[in-house]
Write a protein of this length. Sequence first.
Length: 273
Amino acid sequence: MDTPLEATITGLWQHRSGLLPDASNLEAIREVVGLLDTGQVRVAELANDQVVVHEWLKQAILLYFQTQPNERIEIGPFEIVDKVPLKTGFEEAEVRVLPGAIARWGSFIEPGAILMPSFVNIGARVGSGTMVDTWATVGSCAQIGRDVHLSGGVGIGGVLEPPQAAPVIVEDNAFIGSRSMVTEGARVGEGTMLGAGVILNPSIPVVDAETGEEVARGAVPPWCLVINATRPRDFAGGTFGLACALIIKRFAPGERHDKAALNEALRSYGAGL
């Protein structure tokens, strides 16, 4: 084990079926969630371009839910009954938060991020300069990079179980178009732009429009422009279009996105941002 705290959580997890919410157990579990809340640890990260999941941190979140009672919380005229309190201290953290934005304790929002009326779940991480736009959702343990734009209504899926499962990763400088859904541990590479309504998960093929080749499943390479598309597949009852994510443009690494030009390009394919 790397730390005594990790060893404690792993031991509690191994005996979770008979776990009692005594003071020492609760203290260790809450300490880990507090470390997530302040950004001192993170559920997943990239190392040599591979996603590394720190399972013990997800175990701590699951143990927190197992051991914590529901509590009544009043915020102005609103009543909440939940196991997880809301995140606080945004002013000190230099995070801009608009009315209607909700982030749960145990999520980490870097200084300079902007939360429109949106939701960020426990274990998630949102990078500096990122905007979580109106009605966008960042699911549990999702890792959102810096200078990302999650457009209105975007759904970033969460994953807690099993603990070894990789969360969604959206890398720096990415743009996720309105109403897109990125779930089940999918990955969006640095600088990539997803057009409106793109569905991305491990069962969705990512196809290069220039070659027609499938380059991955549920993972979009860096510096691409991607739209929602379908591929014909023959079944006994006929030919049907099955969803895919189609790469229609490649950017040079570090290339600034000209939104007007991109919208024009997308319109030629009947898509948009």
